[in-house]
Design a protein around this ligand. Structure first.
Ligand code: AKG
Length: 195
């Protein structure tokens, strides 16, 4: 299995459309939907409380405390299935070693994730983020932080693996936009190394 490597201005991403087979996708999707402790978290934006427009969960090594959207998160311990996925992804990327995974569940096309970069200080400089998609295909948008005309729209189908690396988080934002026509759920797992 090989990655398609894409070198973009001030960044880099790698893509593998078929990291998981169709059977593996179905197995993992139903297992994760049913066994992960999903929560719809509340966040404060300019002092106002909102429910996040998706469900999330955080799993990993015990010491991986991670601040996200102004909150400190303690991970749940790895499940067998998550550990297996982590090991299989690490085997494809020389030097990769993840100690945590953030899971997002987009219940349908109304759920979304706004523009952001994974640039929290706990991830260090130039983090490598491995993002596995299951369920509905959704758009994944990228835009350069300074060069406003630089934008990209990818589609992330079930079973695909996207790696963001190099200085992508420093220079680019990404989002999962709403897609009202999508009626099925999507699950995304981003494997990370928290320092
Ligand atoms: O759902 C996705 O593909 C993106 C997830 C994401 O951007 C994140 O977890 O930071």
């Amino acid at each position: 299995m090989l990655f398609e490597k894409h070198f973009i201005q001030d960044g880099e991403y790698w893509f593998m459309p078929n990291f998981l087979s169709e059977d593996q996708v179905i197995q993992h999707e139903s297992l994760l939907l049913n066994t992960i402790e999903w929560k719809q978290e509340e966040v404060y934006v300019f002092g106002k409380k909102y429910k996040e427009p998706r469900k999330t969960a955080w799993y990993g090594d015990e010491e991986c405390i991670y601040s996200y959207a102004g909150k400190t998160n303690h991970p749940k311990p790895w499940t067998e299935a998550l550990l297996q996925l982590k090991t299989n992804i690490e085997a494809l990327i020389p030097g990769a070693s993840f100690n945590s995974v953030l899971l997002n569940q987009y219940r349908d096309g109304n759920d979304k994730m706004g523009w952001h970069s994974d640039n929290e200080k706990e991830l260090g400089k130039n983090p490598l983020i491995a993002s596995l998609s299951l369920g509905a295909t959704r758009f994944f948008d990228l835009k350069h932080k300074r060069l406003k005309s630089l934008k990209k729209r990818l589609e992330l189908p079930a079973g695909s693996l996207l790696i963001m690396c190099g200085s992508t988080q420093e220079n680019w934002l990404h989002q999962i936009p709403q897609q009202k026509t999508v009626k099925e759920p999507r699950i995304n797992l981003t494997f990370r190394r928290v320092i």
